[in-house]
Ligand binder design. Structure first.
Ligand code: GDP
Ligand code: MG
Length: 721
């Protein structure tokens, strides 16, 4: 057993926000901390750990930790695993929260209080914040907080609404009070264990007390929990977050004690898997009865959510509405973003010209203007579109609609060898494959999870958006098709659809070849529809944009500089009007070398260089072209990339180099091509083998080449140029 995990710096006084998914933790976190938030990652994994500072009153400030949503401390999903390991790190180390704020969705009291009842075992004061009271007051009678507090054994129970900002000041006062005068839960489990259960769990409980120093209540609770799922044992054996390490003897003892308990219970006809849930729910039932809540908001008539679901998850209308929404979303990305994109273009140009004025002529000036401003500027332009995309995705997620989509598409997904839970990771893939691949951890069956991971990078991520946007903006006319759709928006929708449909088809094919027993069933939370909080949505947009600019920016900056060097050197001795210096540069040579291979796709050497550099990250394509054209122009001006592409001519024949057909071929290439090192790194991590990332690179590259070939050659046969 080791003390706290390495990341847990001494944070001083801190409190933890815990609750079911969608109970309003993040909304409350934002109310408590305002802008004083810091997001870091858990060590080794890309799950965010959000800490913020809350000013409770003149004298008292605390750090607040927003934990991922969880239904219980039994790790079933990946998020739940993080939470249960975080808790182990508290119990095995010196650093633990002074207070736990258990955020409870008051409109679903019984299920939410399940977690609260587990938190009470930790011997840390618990405040139950019954959130969403605005909904309960419309729907039925709230429970009396004092009575509930007494029955549960919490330090306090209070009503609040993060949406209406009710009860937040009271909560702050209560936190201060409980920090100063801690109120702990009852020292024993609040429910009785029957004689046989008690005796079969006694040795495990002793082990926890003796080896890990757990308090008696938590020792019993953990004994009860470890027999329910292998994942609980796994939390001790392979912990990532908690830093808990057992020695060989402890591992052996724990496994043996657990096996014995399980077989003893089974021999008496007791089901270990359901034991904890049965006992807790029975107890919660009685608690709620005593607290005056006989029935938990089960109304006879349909709630507004259920009415909405009749339409939104209708077998026929549902998918139509979904596709309609996606189309609207992508159309808006184009129309709304035009104006801010114009500002950024002009801003970058003005900045570039200003630098040209103030810096003396020379290599440094060339590097800054041609390499850095040209490259990074070309990426910044796409920020508005990415912000709009994230905005819509967050809206769909927070409103509860995304859960419906998963439910609605479960049948289809299962037919395609996927799972209803694959929908969310795949939709996340529209933003970025990396969080999408991380999100597949909620899929329990390995086979479905692997298939989801393998096809996920075909979902058009936001890094492809700059490439699509550039090509569409330059070559697809801004006119109406079929009197309804804008040709530009429609092309974009087609690119997204192509990736998505191919992903589904390949999933089906892959699932024939990957063998694994056991299908997971579809159990998914269907939260009621809720109006998303503007604050939360905007914060998410800002966070994602920042991450995009910083993460992508770093790679792009580095690649822009390397490229500028490759494109600018070796310098020609004499300048000759007729010879373009970039042809003789290193970059030109590389590009020319691969030109024969990509000529059949309609690509020339400039795109060739882009294809190579964009293996690091797709959006680098845009900055690469920007850098090449800027170097070509010799740093006289900051070149407008769209115009440069439209006007670029073949030096020999004088014909225009690029056409709508080339643009289409290139976009199709980007739909399929494997061009993201970070994705492969993540896949290597998640599948724990090199086989799958290499398989992925191979199949995606082959697909990209073939598809582009078909588009370009087919297009020419049909008479397009
Ligand atoms: P988390 O998953 O626990 O972090 O929950 P969020 O803070 O993201 O909230 C989930 C959804 O519930 C969002 O759409 C919020 O806008 C909404 N929400 C949060 N608190 C309240 C509340 O007190 N009342 C109502 N009506 N909605 C709320
Ligand atoms: Mg949250």
């Amino acid at each position: 057993m080791t003390p706290a995990s390495p990341m847990k710096k001494q944070t001083g006084e801190w409190v933890a926000l815990m609750g079911n998914p969608n109970s309003g933790k993040t909304a409350l976190f934002n109310l408590l901390t305002g802008l004083n938030q810091k997001v870091s990652n858990y060590p080794g994994i890309t799950v965010e750990r959000k800490m913020g500072r809350a000013v409770l009153n003149d004298q008292c400030q605390v750090q607040v930790l927003d934990l991922p949503g969880t239904y219980s401390l039994t790790p079933e999903s990946f998020d739940e695993r993080i939470v249960s390991e975080e808790i182990l790190s508290w119990l095995h180390g010196p650093d633990r929260p002074r207070v736990i704020i258990s955020v409870v969705d008051a409109s679903n009291l019984e299920r939410n209080l399940y977690l609260t009842s587990q938190l009470l075992d930790l011997n840390i004061p618990v405040i139950a914040a019954l959130n969403m009271m605005d909904l309960v007051k419309q729907n039925g009678n709230p429970v009396a907080p004092e009575k509930l507090c007494e029955e549960l054994g919490t330090a306090e129970v209070l009503h609040m609404s993060a949406r209406k900002n009710w009860g937040v000041e009271e909560l702050k006062e209560v936190i201060v009070r409980v920090i100063n005068e801690p109120v702990h839960g009852k020292p024993d489990l609040p429910f009785a264990l029957s004689g046989p259960v008690r005796s079969f769990l006694a040795d495990l409980t002793e082990f926890f007390k003796k080896e890990f120093g757990y308090n008696p209540r938590f020792a019993w609770a953990q004994a009860l929990r470890i027999i329910t799922r292998d994942s609980v044992l796994d939390g001790y054996l392979h912990s990532q977050v908690s830093g808990v390490k057992l020695d060989d003897k402890q591992i052996k003892d724990l496994q043996e004690l657990r096996d014995t308990s399980i077989s003893n219970l089974k021999s008496q006809g007791i089901q270990p898997q359901t034991l904890e849930a049965t006992l807790r729910y029975r107890w919660l039932d009685s608690v709620l009865k005593k607290a005056g809540k006989l029935k938990v908001e089960i109304l006879d008539r349909l709630t507004p959510s259920e009415k909405a679901d009749k339409i939104l998850t209708h077998p026929f209308l549902g998918p139509v509405i979904f596709i309609g929404l996606l189309t609207f979303m992508f159309q808006s990305i184009f129309t709304w973003a035009t104006v801010p994109m114009g500002w950024i273009t002009r801003g970058v140009a003005v900045f570039g010209e200003w630098i040209l004025d103030v810096l003396p002529t020379g290599t440094l000036r060339d590097l800054i203007v041609e390499g850095i401003i040209g490259g990074v500027g070309a990426i910044l332009i796409f920020l508005p579109q990415i912000m709009i995309l994230v905005f819509f995705m967050t809206l769909l997620e927070d409103s509860g609609y995304m859960a419906r989509v998963a439910f609605m598409l479960d049948r289809l997904m299962t037919k395609m060898g996927l799972h209803g839970r694959s929908v969310f990771p795949m939709m996340t893939g529209y933003a970025c494959a990396i969080p999408g691949i991380m999100a597949t951890r909620t899929i329990e069956s390995w086979k479905e999870r692997l298939v989801t991971i393998l096809v996920l990078p075909l979902m058009s991520c936001s890094a492809r958006l700059p490439v699509y946007a550039l090509m569409i903006g330059a070559f697809i006319p801004h006119k109406k098709v079929l009197g309804l759709f804008d040709a530009q928006g429609l092309t974009l929708v087609i690119m997204y659809l192509m990736g998505t449909v191919t992903a589904l088809v390949l999933a089906k094919i892959f699932s024939y070849f990957i063998h694994q027993k056991g299908q997971s069933s579809f159990i998914m939370e269907m939260p009621p529809y809720r109006l998303p909080l503007t604050r939360s949505v905007l914060r998410q947009v800002i966070l994602r944009s920042k991450l995009f600019v910083i993460n992508a920016g770093k790679i792009i900056m580095a690649i822009s500089i390397v490229l500028w060097f490759l494109a600018s050197y070796p310098k020609l001795e004499k300048t000759n009007e007729n010879i373009n210096p970039i042809h003789h540069s290193y970059a030109g040579k590389i590009g020319h070398a691969i030109e024969p291979f990509i000529k059949p796709l309609g690509f020339d050497w400039k795109i060739g260089i882009g294809l190579i550099t964009s293996f690091a990250a797709r959006e680098v394509m845009v900055s690469t072209l920007a850098t090449i054209y800027n170097v070509e122009a010799g740093g006289k001006d900051v070149v407008l990339l769209t115009e440069a592409l439209q006007e670029d001519k073949d030096p020999k024949t004088g014909e225009l180099l690029y056409s709508p057909l080339v643009a289409l071929s290139l976009m199709v290439f980007f739909v399929y091509a494997a061009q993201c090192m970070a994705t492969f790194a993540i896949v290597r991590n998640e599948t724990n083998s090199w086989k799958w990332p290499f398989f992925m690179i191979f199949y995606m590259t082959a697909l990209a080449y073939l598809a582009s070939l078909c588009v370009y050659q087919g297009g020419q046969l049909l008479g397009f140029s």
